[in-house]
Write a protein that binds this ligand. Sequence first.
Ligand code: NAD
Length: 479
Amino acid sequence: MTNIFEYAPAPESRAIVDIKPSYGLFINGEFVDGHGTSFKTINPATEEVLAEVAEASDADVDEAVRAARRAYTRVWSRMSGAERAKYLYRIARIIQERGRELAVLESIDNGKPIKESRDVDIPVVAAHFFYYAGWADKLEHSGYGSTPLGVAGQVIPWNFPLLMLAWKIAPALACGNTVVLKPAETTPLTALLFAEICQQADLPPGVVNIVTGAGDTGRAIVAHPDVDKVAFTGSTEVGKAIARAVAGTEKKVTLELGGKAANIVFDDAPLDQAIEGIVNGIFFNQGHVCCAGSRLLVQESVADEVMTRLKRRMSTLRVGDPLDKNTDVGAINSAEQLAKIRELSQIGEDEGAERWSTPCDLPSKGFWFEPTVFTGVSQAHRIAREEIFGPVLSVLTFRTPSEAVEKANNTPFGLSAGVWTDKGSRILSMANKLRAGVVWANTFNKFDPTSPFGGYKESGYGREGGRHGLEAYLKGADA
Ligand code: NAD
């Protein structure tokens, strides 16, 4: 779609991906049919049915957990860390080699722009495997001991399908655990391609098992008595249900849940960079980002200027075909998510906030939402409190640093925050006062495998990434 500039389309070819008409479950190193029904996965940019995917039943989950237990007891937990590392390095290198294929498939199944899947998701996926491969033979220096937990049951969402898989599988395997992972029901395809990569890497059967399905399959993994650790990324509502389900059991749990991050712009900030950071903070991945900078807190003295520049910049965002290399904002992942974004945006209007959307034509097929900003938002508004999980920004103003801190922290969530200012001392004092797991200074949405990521309050508990990410998969220093 074009806005104020005209470009010739530059679509990436999809010939590199081989999408099969149907997929089974990946259990014990093989693709099997499963005993349940099946569901369709579609391309959210065109509504084209991509494949029929098996829906794992309780019996299938049980089979996967048993395969993971066997592989844990007989092979993986007995292998030296240095040997496990070789497999992780091999997987990382295959991910790099097949990077273009993975990126195209991710954009087709998820709707995200190819420039993001190609330049962000897939490189960071490979980086996670490389990083944790490096830990596998050094666990005694981690501070968390070197004894694995056993079988990890892992459930992930649709916004970064392969990246969330990497965040879960790489540390689990490095520490000597085996896994049963369920991708989200709208984005199963790259996880199934990852299963093929496990075969290509000669990973011992049962070390990684991928079971596809929806909430019931996730519930069966969480409830399975032989799962030692549950790792979940997804909504706060489901996270709370999982916390209830495992309460009173021996299972270890980490929960990475929702967010409503404040992106705070002071009047001494370099405004051109801040505008880029605001745009990246909320429109990256269509705003389907748990740590998205969905609340802009801007100092009153520069609010008008920031809004003028922001709208001008938003008008240049190209919304459309995810496979076009010029696309900035792709498709919304599902009809359900689009309905949720529309509903909350309507509530924003009804609450009296002023809505402005970029002037762009949206494709007639598929799920789309134009980049949108709400001004005149107060802290009591639902669009300031609830996660919209779409390309919608709520703007609030502040006068003093303490007012910025108070407004930023006035949320049930605490995953991330951004601070834009010229003063290093202000960055430090803000970072100390903001109740958020990650605070970015003069940048936003930067991810690195060496850096821990996780939340406060209703954004969950536990950390993924970095040395801290090992804690979730080890028994502890004195085990
Ligand atoms: P969701 O909670 O609906 O689904 C997440 C996963 O859980 C899916 O695989 C789903 O099939 C499964 N599931 C659903 N019900 C279940 C149940 N009762 N038991 C077990 N599994 C169940 O979330 P979503 O809509 O797919 O993802 C969006 C949410 O994820 C947002 O709230 C976002 O903030 C959050 N998220 C958080 C992080 C983080 O690191 N904190 C990262 C990405 C996304």
